[in-house]
Design a protein around this ligand. Sequence first.
Ligand code: F6P
Length: 520
Amino acid sequence: MSRVRCDKTAAWAKLNDLYQTQGRDFDLRQAFTADATRFETFSQSAPYVFADLSKNRIDAQTESLLIELARETGLEQHRDAMFAGEAINRTEQRAVMHFLLRSPADQVVSPAMAPELLKVHATLDSMLDFAEKIRHDAAYKDITDIVNVGIGGSDLGPQMAVLAMQDFAIAGKRFQFVSNVDEHELLSVLAELKPQSTLFLVASKTFTTPETMLNAHSALRWFKASGGQDVARHFVGLTTNLAAAKTFGIQTCFGFWDWVGGRYSLWSAIGLPIALAIGAAGFRELLAGAHAMDQHFQSAPLAQNLPVRLGLLDIWYRNFHGFSSRSIAPYSSALRRLPAYLQQLEMESNGKRVDMDGQTLPFATAPVLWGEPGTNGQHAYFQMLHQGSSVVPVEFVAVKNALQGMPGHHEKLIANVLAQAQSLMVGKTDVGGHRDFPGNRPSSFLLLDALNPRSLGALLALQEHRVFVSGSVWGINSFDQWGVELGKSLAQDIAPRLQSGDVQGLDGSTAGLLRRLRAT
Ligand SMILES: O=P(O)(O)OC[C@H]1O[C@](O)(CO)[C@@H](O)[C@@H]1O
């Protein structure tokens, strides 16, 4: 499919004019004064997620030109190509079908996808059976600790989701995540464990990632040295590389396929820690929530399509306003790893400066994503959001109904998130100097009725699709990650040099540091 580069479209030129004439000076406070229905016009209901976009620097004209831009760049065809199972990850010649992992078994799919859907459900059923056994079978009663060894997409998604689902997690089992090759992480986890009560999940799509392999081998060595006997019972593999897992000594393995990107893999076998925490029914709810969002993304008109509206807003801010970052502020301690998860999702997907054909793009792409849970962030960096010299759009995530009630806490949390979004926008300019707040600082507000498996699934699929939207308009391949390769291969080159001291061919700084590291 040949596509028009976004900056060559008529809509891009019109958006540029709009920005120069009105967008640059857009004032949110005036926009609310001028339009009593602004909240309704710029809010959007989607499955299990309500979004208030009204505190963003957009109006009806901006949104309609952004939709024109989406149409001109072929967003709908690109989306449909993904859902049709086409190999849209062109640099790796792979289909991108993580949505299939959450499609019901009776979903009507193309003949080419039907065997994949069968495999998905066969694996899902056996993985969920296994999870239920570990959770409830008397034979596994002794397993109290589950340790996931993985990194990147094989860590961030499951870790974030297990924490997010803390109110639904089985009692009596602890979940730990070891990702860093820094031995302190593994050592501190192992220090509290006994081999006979620990289940290690070695999670790696490729089963070659050096950090994960070293951590897994060290865990295995510890297991044996501490008297562990039955490796097959205590080590499980989650991978597409079943052969490598077998060589490691693993007998129980849950597979997935090359059409699942690492950062899109929590719905696959990589989600086993989540299934162990919330059970088979809970995991199916998570999938159902994501599937509902998939359907919304596929079928809602662009103007009422939440992933589309968010992704296009991201384009407006990045390419016309020039905002270079977005802050994510989940007002939920359970969602405290959401920013880290979204960093990989957005920046590994869209942190690219060339198009599908490798041509350099003359415009900016992925913003820096960062954040902490509220209210903590308020006592750290919100100063800068309110009064700093750069405008950073904020994305608040809040939960209406808290599951557990301690008097006053949830109200305080909600009052704070509302007050932050409000004060960023309204500002305060009657005092002068240090006490002035310029206001007019944009934010989006995502509201879940409750944080449960279904709404979490929908929230995450929403984020996946909004990243798809901006990546698609930019014309980049959101599904490869060549940018991590150079560092990986240089680390392989440097490791033996730390032993030998050979600095031949190294740049001056790396050579100097290596000498210093070896000096006694
Ligand atoms: O699951 P694997 O193959 O160990 O890879 C882990 C991570 O490494 C990357 O390939 C690159 O950092 C990520 O995309 C991936 O999530």
